[in-house]
Design a protein around this ligand. Structure first.
Ligand SMILES: [Fe+2]
Length: 242
Protein backbone atom coordinates (compact mmCIF):
# COMPACT_ATOMS: atom_id res chain seq x y z
CA UNK A 1 0.00 0.00 0.00
CA UNK A 2 1.53 3.29 -1.04
CA UNK A 3 1.47 6.21 1.32
CA UNK A 4 2.51 9.84 1.40
CA UNK A 5 3.08 12.49 3.99
CA UNK A 6 -0.66 12.86 4.54
CA UNK A 7 -1.12 9.21 5.47
CA UNK A 8 1.85 8.49 7.68
CA UNK A 9 2.88 5.02 8.70
CA UNK A 10 2.46 4.34 12.38
CA UNK A 11 4.92 2.08 14.11
CA UNK A 12 3.29 -0.95 15.72
CA UNK A 13 3.89 -2.12 19.29
CA UNK A 14 4.62 1.35 20.49
CA UNK A 15 3.31 1.47 24.05
CA UNK A 16 4.44 4.90 25.09
CA UNK A 17 4.79 7.07 22.05
CA UNK A 18 1.39 6.53 20.45
CA UNK A 19 0.29 7.25 16.91
CA UNK A 20 2.27 10.48 16.61
CA UNK A 21 5.42 8.46 15.85
CA UNK A 22 5.91 8.44 12.10
CA UNK A 23 8.75 7.34 9.90
CA UNK A 24 8.51 10.09 7.33
CA UNK A 25 8.57 13.77 8.17
CA UNK A 26 7.48 16.49 5.74
CA UNK A 27 10.06 19.03 6.93
CA UNK A 28 12.93 16.62 6.30
CA UNK A 29 12.70 16.14 2.57
CA UNK A 30 14.66 12.97 1.98
CA UNK A 31 12.57 10.96 4.46
CA UNK A 32 9.94 10.98 1.72
CA UNK A 33 12.15 8.65 -0.32
CA UNK A 34 13.80 6.80 2.52
CA UNK A 35 10.79 5.99 4.67
CA UNK A 36 9.01 2.67 4.13
CA UNK A 37 5.93 3.03 1.94
CA UNK A 38 4.13 -0.02 3.29
CA UNK A 39 2.85 -0.85 6.71
CA UNK A 40 5.61 -2.25 8.89
CA UNK A 41 5.73 -5.90 9.80
CA UNK A 42 6.02 -6.91 13.44
CA UNK A 43 8.95 -9.22 14.09
CA UNK A 44 8.19 -12.59 15.65
CA UNK A 45 8.73 -12.52 19.40
CA UNK A 46 11.70 -14.91 19.17
CA UNK A 47 13.64 -12.33 17.12
CA UNK A 48 13.90 -10.15 20.20
CA UNK A 49 16.34 -12.56 21.81
CA UNK A 50 18.42 -13.42 18.74
CA UNK A 51 22.11 -12.69 19.15
CA UNK A 52 23.57 -9.97 16.97
CA UNK A 53 27.11 -9.66 15.60
CA UNK A 54 29.82 -9.70 18.26
CA UNK A 55 33.17 -8.01 17.79
CA UNK A 56 36.38 -9.02 19.48
CA UNK A 57 38.82 -6.59 21.06
CA UNK A 58 41.30 -7.14 18.24
CA UNK A 59 38.96 -5.32 15.84
CA UNK A 60 39.54 -1.99 17.60
CA UNK A 61 42.88 -0.16 17.56
CA UNK A 62 44.40 1.53 20.58
CA UNK A 63 43.74 5.08 19.28
CA UNK A 64 40.49 4.45 17.48
CA UNK A 65 38.55 6.11 20.32
CA UNK A 66 40.71 9.26 20.27
CA UNK A 67 40.02 11.35 17.17
CA UNK A 68 42.59 13.93 18.28
CA UNK A 69 45.52 11.50 18.03
CA UNK A 70 44.98 9.78 14.69
CA UNK A 71 47.37 12.04 12.76
CA UNK A 72 50.76 13.63 13.16
CA UNK A 73 49.44 16.90 14.58
CA UNK A 74 46.45 17.88 16.68
CA UNK A 75 43.20 18.90 15.00
CA UNK A 76 41.90 22.44 15.37
CA UNK A 77 38.86 23.10 17.52
CA UNK A 78 37.48 22.61 20.98
CA UNK A 79 38.75 19.33 22.46
CA UNK A 80 36.01 17.37 24.21
CA UNK A 81 35.57 14.07 26.05
CA UNK A 82 32.30 12.27 25.38
CA UNK A 83 31.38 9.37 27.64
CA UNK A 84 28.36 7.34 28.56
CA UNK A 85 26.96 3.91 29.18
CA UNK A 86 25.33 1.54 26.77
CA UNK A 87 22.29 0.09 28.51
CA UNK A 88 19.47 -2.31 27.81
CA UNK A 89 15.83 -1.54 28.58
CA UNK A 90 16.28 -2.77 32.15
CA UNK A 91 19.21 -0.46 32.84
CA UNK A 92 21.88 -3.15 32.61
CA UNK A 93 25.19 -2.26 30.97
CA UNK A 94 25.85 -3.95 27.63
CA UNK A 95 29.50 -5.10 27.70
CA UNK A 96 32.02 -5.54 24.90
CA UNK A 97 29.83 -3.92 22.28
CA UNK A 98 31.06 -1.93 19.28
CA UNK A 99 30.21 1.78 19.07
CA UNK A 100 31.22 3.75 15.96
CA UNK A 101 31.04 7.52 15.49
CA UNK A 102 31.52 9.96 12.63
CA UNK A 103 31.29 13.72 12.60
CA UNK A 104 32.21 16.99 10.92
CA UNK A 105 35.37 18.85 11.90
CA UNK A 106 35.37 22.05 13.95
CA UNK A 107 34.57 24.08 10.81
CA UNK A 108 31.51 21.98 10.00
CA UNK A 109 33.11 20.03 7.15
CA UNK A 110 33.14 16.26 6.58
CA UNK A 111 36.09 14.53 4.98
CA UNK A 112 33.81 13.12 2.30
CA UNK A 113 33.65 13.72 -1.44
CA UNK A 114 30.03 14.84 -1.47
CA UNK A 115 30.59 17.49 1.20
CA UNK A 116 30.92 20.78 -0.69
CA UNK A 117 30.52 23.14 2.25
CA UNK A 118 33.20 25.83 1.72
CA UNK A 119 34.83 25.31 5.10
CA UNK A 120 38.40 24.02 5.40
CA UNK A 121 39.31 20.38 5.83
CA UNK A 122 41.64 19.70 8.74
CA UNK A 123 44.64 17.55 7.78
CA UNK A 124 44.76 16.28 11.35
CA UNK A 125 41.15 15.21 11.61
CA UNK A 126 39.41 12.30 9.89
CA UNK A 127 36.19 12.49 11.90
CA UNK A 128 35.67 8.78 12.54
CA UNK A 129 36.24 6.63 15.59
CA UNK A 130 35.16 3.49 17.38
CA UNK A 131 35.45 1.73 20.68
CA UNK A 132 34.16 -1.25 22.62
CA UNK A 133 32.14 -0.88 25.79
CA UNK A 134 33.76 -2.20 28.95
CA UNK A 135 32.34 -4.80 31.34
CA UNK A 136 29.79 -2.29 32.69
CA UNK A 137 28.80 -0.94 29.29
CA UNK A 138 30.87 2.24 29.63
CA UNK A 139 32.36 3.92 26.55
CA UNK A 140 34.53 6.98 25.97
CA UNK A 141 35.68 9.10 23.04
CA UNK A 142 38.04 12.05 22.82
CA UNK A 143 37.32 14.34 19.90
CA UNK A 144 36.76 17.89 18.67
CA UNK A 145 33.40 19.58 19.05
CA UNK A 146 31.87 19.38 15.56
CA UNK A 147 30.81 22.58 13.82
CA UNK A 148 27.34 23.35 12.50
CA UNK A 149 26.97 23.09 8.73
CA UNK A 150 24.44 24.03 6.03
CA UNK A 151 22.63 21.13 4.34
CA UNK A 152 20.31 22.50 1.67
CA UNK A 153 17.10 20.90 2.93
CA UNK A 154 15.34 24.27 2.80
CA UNK A 155 16.24 27.95 2.72
CA UNK A 156 19.02 28.69 5.24
CA UNK A 157 19.01 25.17 6.69
CA UNK A 158 21.77 24.44 9.23
CA UNK A 159 22.39 21.27 11.16
CA UNK A 160 22.96 21.67 14.90
CA UNK A 161 26.30 20.41 16.16
CA UNK A 162 26.04 16.63 16.32
CA UNK A 163 27.89 13.34 16.30
CA UNK A 164 26.62 10.29 14.43
CA UNK A 165 26.53 7.04 16.38
CA UNK A 166 26.23 3.48 15.15
CA UNK A 167 25.66 0.92 17.88
CA UNK A 168 25.49 -2.83 17.46
CA UNK A 169 24.40 -3.96 20.92
CA UNK A 170 24.30 -7.69 21.56
CA UNK A 171 20.93 -8.62 20.13
CA UNK A 172 19.33 -8.45 16.72
CA UNK A 173 16.84 -5.85 18.01
CA UNK A 174 19.50 -3.62 19.57
CA UNK A 175 20.98 -2.22 16.34
CA UNK A 176 20.81 1.56 16.46
CA UNK A 177 22.00 4.39 14.19
CA UNK A 178 21.30 7.82 15.60
CA UNK A 179 22.75 11.24 16.37
CA UNK A 180 23.89 12.88 19.58
CA UNK A 181 23.31 16.61 20.07
CA UNK A 182 24.80 19.15 22.46
CA UNK A 183 22.85 20.99 25.17
CA UNK A 184 21.84 24.59 24.54
CA UNK A 185 22.35 24.50 20.78
CA UNK A 186 20.15 27.27 19.29
CA UNK A 187 19.83 25.37 16.00
CA UNK A 188 18.10 22.38 17.58
CA UNK A 189 14.64 23.93 17.50
CA UNK A 190 14.90 24.58 13.75
CA UNK A 191 16.29 21.18 12.75
CA UNK A 192 13.86 18.90 10.89
CA UNK A 193 16.09 15.87 11.46
CA UNK A 194 15.90 16.25 15.22
CA UNK A 195 12.20 17.07 14.96
CA UNK A 196 11.51 13.99 12.88
CA UNK A 197 11.54 12.47 16.37
CA UNK A 198 8.16 13.98 17.25
CA UNK A 199 7.99 13.41 20.96
CA UNK A 200 9.92 16.12 22.87
CA UNK A 201 10.74 13.60 25.61
CA UNK A 202 12.31 11.32 23.03
CA UNK A 203 14.25 14.23 21.48
CA UNK A 204 15.69 15.01 24.90
CA UNK A 205 17.18 11.51 24.94
CA UNK A 206 19.37 12.46 21.97
CA UNK A 207 20.92 15.47 23.75
CA UNK A 208 24.04 14.93 25.83
CA UNK A 209 24.53 16.82 29.08
CA UNK A 210 27.53 18.85 30.11
CA UNK A 211 29.53 16.76 32.59
CA UNK A 212 31.76 18.83 34.85
CA UNK A 213 32.95 15.75 36.76
CA UNK A 214 34.52 14.25 33.64
CA UNK A 215 35.98 17.53 32.44
CA UNK A 216 39.77 17.55 32.64
CA UNK A 217 41.08 20.88 34.01
CA UNK A 218 43.36 22.78 31.64
CA UNK A 219 42.65 20.25 28.90
CA UNK A 220 39.09 19.40 27.80
CA UNK A 221 35.39 19.85 28.53
CA UNK A 222 33.21 16.76 28.78
CA UNK A 223 29.74 15.59 27.82
CA UNK A 224 27.81 12.59 29.03
CA UNK A 225 25.31 10.61 26.99
CA UNK A 226 23.76 7.28 27.91
CA UNK A 227 22.35 5.15 25.13
CA UNK A 228 19.45 2.82 25.85
CA UNK A 229 18.87 0.04 23.34
CA UNK A 230 15.68 -1.90 22.91
CA UNK A 231 12.21 -1.68 21.48
CA UNK A 232 10.99 1.78 20.65
CA UNK A 233 9.35 3.30 23.68
CA UNK A 234 9.81 5.71 26.56
CA UNK A 235 13.39 5.72 27.72
CA UNK A 236 15.01 4.04 24.73
CA UNK A 237 17.24 6.20 22.54
CA UNK A 238 15.39 7.04 19.30
CA UNK A 239 16.59 6.10 15.86
CA UNK A 240 17.33 9.07 13.65
CA UNK A 241 14.53 9.88 11.17
CA UNK A 242 11.86 8.19 13.26
FE1 LIG B 1 25.98 14.94 10.10
Amino acid sequence: MATDVDTPIVLPDDPGFGPEVQVDYPGYRSTRWRAPDRQLVSLPEEFHSLDGPVFGEDAVGELDHDLTRQHEGEPLGERIIVTGRLLDEDGRGIPNSLIEIWQANAGGRYRHEVDRHPAPLDPNFSGAGRCLTDAEGRWRFVTIKPGAYPWGNHENAWRPQHMHFSVFGRLFTQRLVTQMYFPGDPLLEFDPIAHAVRDPRARELMIARFDLDTTQPEWALAYRWDIVLGRLGPGTTPLENV
